[in-house]
Design a protein around this ligand. Structure first.
Ligand SMILES: Cc1cc2nc3c(=O)[nH]c(=O)nc-3n(C[C@H](O)[C@H](O)[C@H](O)COP(=O)(O)OP(=O)(O)OC[C@H]3O[C@@H](n4cnc5c(N)ncnc54)[C@H](O)[C@@H]3O)c2cc1C
Ligand SMILES: *[C@@H]1O[C@H](CO)[C@@H](O)[C@H](O)[C@H]1NC(C)=O
Ligand SMILES: *[C@@H]1O[C@H](CO)[C@@H](O)[C@H](O)[C@H]1NC(C)=O
Ligand SMILES: *[C@@H]1O[C@H](CO)[C@@H](O)[C@H](O)[C@H]1NC(C)=O
Ligand SMILES: *[C@@H]1O[C@H](CO)[C@@H](O)[C@H](O)[C@H]1NC(C)=O
Length: 507
């Protein structure tokens, strides 16, 4: 069958796939997907789970976020890159089966890591986590969670950058960016990836590194689900003998909030010359009416009381203070404790130029939006986070040929806002999504008034309705599209994998 014939036979399917969303023809896709599942089942009988099995129920309901629970026609759990290759061949070549890819499942956008009337490829068995004998890198399967990954380096005298939450997956982190407490020191996680192992749409398994398929390598460093399924990564490790740090929790009042915002702004500027320090600030307004600010602070070279962290200790009263010497694994484990799974959740994010007035105004509109929903949304835990992005972080990408985050040559400090509220009832989803959209609009309004807007949107924190790839710039988008055309000429990852932020979305 020639390529042009299979593209033609594909087109009506794509039309149906999209039409079904509007007209309820899901039944037809259900039949197609059932057919895909039976083909997969013949190829990999022990790894495919149909809806009438208890394994399916367990895989599909034990999710980080209940907004990710859909009804895939089957779930397949590959145990090797070869399995992934045979799955991709079965789903793409001649069959045109829609599918989703799940690693840690921490992206709460509905449909990003699960699918109705399609196949969910759950990478959980790709959970290899090993430290190289010479301790210069770790090899992580793409379904490894950060908790599993950090355990592999405990007591070894080295660390590597990854997500700051046990359940976050290597798949999303290694293709979307990756923020850690080492961000000012070594840059994004993707800046520290030495090589990817990737299964292309053709089923071919390739290496992407600075010397092999270097265009694909660069594109994967921020380009997300658009090029293939990553099965394994090597991430550079560096000597590390532990953290000095922890969480300082204070009540969120007008006074403490103002103090924290001033510190976020000052810290971000000073972080450029103090790259061994990092902070992550989360305000949380809980269903029982408590309002707190959780200040995660870290001295990543284990120095006690570095002057740059002193101002955080002045915010009072402290409801909790866990600052001490601890390991990377224990620090992340500690930060994970207040984050149980099973909630409905949304995510939205914007980045601004570091400016205190902007922080104040954004905090005010964010609080006002909270007031609109707090009595209407059962179980609402309103979480809002500030992450410093000092400009020094962009200098770390050059060492391995750059990334596709669009931050090369960054000449100003940024602050990232992350709106990540959770709640319990599906009935509140629509209202919460409206609020998230309003939040994006209102923050954009503030920053355009103040001249502090920034096109960067962190892909891993972006809402499904945002366009983070567009924020990386038209040059970069052109590059990403060129790479996708080269490695996925039939656009399988655009057409068959609806989940994630796609390069085919119009900017
Ligand atoms: C509680 C919490 C804490 C977080 N902490 C951090 C943090 O410290 N640092 C940070 O940078 N981010 C953090 N995030 C954001 C996180 O990076 C994103 O949620 C990310 O998408 C999670 O990756 P995952 O593999 O767990 O997610 P998944 O939902 O499994 O995957 C995310 C996206 O990537 C795609 N994908 C996954 N694996 C692959 C693969 N192997 N090949 C191709 N595509 C793939 C999926 O299809 C999906 O679209 C956090 C999120 C939450 C909810
Ligand atoms: C589940 O359904 C499939 C296909 O419909 C059938 O072959 C299989 O026997 C069923 N399994 C169980 C456990 O009922
Ligand atoms: C806190 O600030 C808000 C918004 O500016 C204001 O409405 C409120 O009265 C303040 N609360 C206190 C206790 O000062
Ligand atoms: C923040 O920086 C400003 C300007 O340098 C300074 O006046 C202020 O005291 C600093 N605030 C804190 C809490 O250090
Ligand atoms: C999430 O969904 C699962 C499966 O339906 C359910 O058991 C669990 O109670 C839900 N969690 C919450 C917090 O509602």
């Amino acid at each position: 069958m020639s390529a042009s014939v299979s593209i033609m036979s594909f087109t009506p399917f794509a039309a149906r796939l999209f039409a079904c969303l509007a007209t309820g023809l899901a039944l037809i896709d259900g039949v197609i997907a059932a057919n895909c599942c039976s083909k997969l089942n013949s190829a990999l009988p022990d790894l495919v789970f149909l809806p009438n099995t208890s394994s399916y129920a367990s895989l599909n309901t034990h999710r980080w976020s209940n907004t990710s629970i859909l009804s895939p026609s089957c779930i397949v759990t590959p145990a090797s890159a070869r399995d992934v290759s045979s799955i991709v061949k079965t789903l793409t070549i001649g069959n045109n089966c829609a599918f989703s890819i799940k690693s840690g499942g921490h992206n709460p956008n509905t449909g990003f890591n699960n699918i109705d009337n399609g196949v969910t490829v759950d990478l959980k068995l790709l959970n290899q986590a090993t430290l190289a004998a010479d301790k210069t890198f770790v090899t992580l399967g793409a379904g490894t969670t950060m908790g599993q990954a950090y355990a592999a380096v405990s007591n070894s005298g080295v660390a590597f950058p990854g997500g700051i939450c046990d359940g976050v997956g290597v798949g999303g982190i290694s293709t979307g960016g990756g923020q850690s407490f080492f961000l000012p020191k070594v840059g994004w996680v993707v800046d520290n990836i030495i090589r990817y192992e990737v299964v292309l749409a053709s089923g071919v398994i390739v290496e992407a590194s600075q010397t092999r398929n270097s265009d694909l390598y660069k594109a994967l460093k921020g380009g997300s689900t658009n090029f293939g399924i990553v099965t394994k990564v090597d991430i550079a490790a560096f000597p590390h003998d532990g953290f000095w740090g922890g969480q300082i929790v204070v009540p969120a009042t007008n006074v403490t909030t103002a103090q924290v915002l001033e510190r976020v702004s000052n810290f971000t500027a000073a972080n450029n010359d103090n790259v061994d320090a990092a902070v992550m600030i989360v305000a949380s307004y809980t269903p029982d009416g408590n309002r707190i600010i959780d200040m995660g602070i870290a001295s990543t070279d284990n120095t006690e009381n570095p002057p740059i962290l002193a101002p955080w200790f002045e915010v009072k009263p402290q409801l909790l203070n866990t600052v001490a010497h601890k390991s990377l694994a224990n620090f992340v484990h500690e930060v994970t404790q207040p984050m149980p799974d099973g909630y409905r959740m949304l995510t939205a994010s914007l980045t601004v130029k570091n400016d205190l007035e902007t922080l104040k105004q954004v905090q005010a509109v964010t609080d006002a939006l909270y007031e609109q929903v707090k009595d209407k949304v059962p179980g609402l835990d309103w979480m809002f986070s500030y992450n410093p992005q000092p400009k020094v972080l962009a200098t770390h990408s050059a060492k391995r040929g750059g990334n596709s985050l669009g931050l090369a040559g960054l000449s100003h400090d940024q602050i990232l806002f992350w709106l990540v509220p959770r709640w319990t009832d599906k009935a509140s989803d629509a209202l919460m999504h409206e609020i998230a959209a309003s939040w994006v609009q209102e923050v954009n309004h503030i920053t355009s008034q103040l001249g502090t807007s920034d096109p960067f949107v962190y892909l891993n924190h972006a809402g499904y309705f945002q366009k983070p790839l567009c924020g990386t710039g038209s040059e970069n988008m052109k590059f990403l599209k060129g790479v996708a055309d080269k490695y996925d000429p039939r656009k399988m990852f655009q057409r068959l994998v609806p989940g994630g932020h796609k390069i085919s979305t119009k900017c």
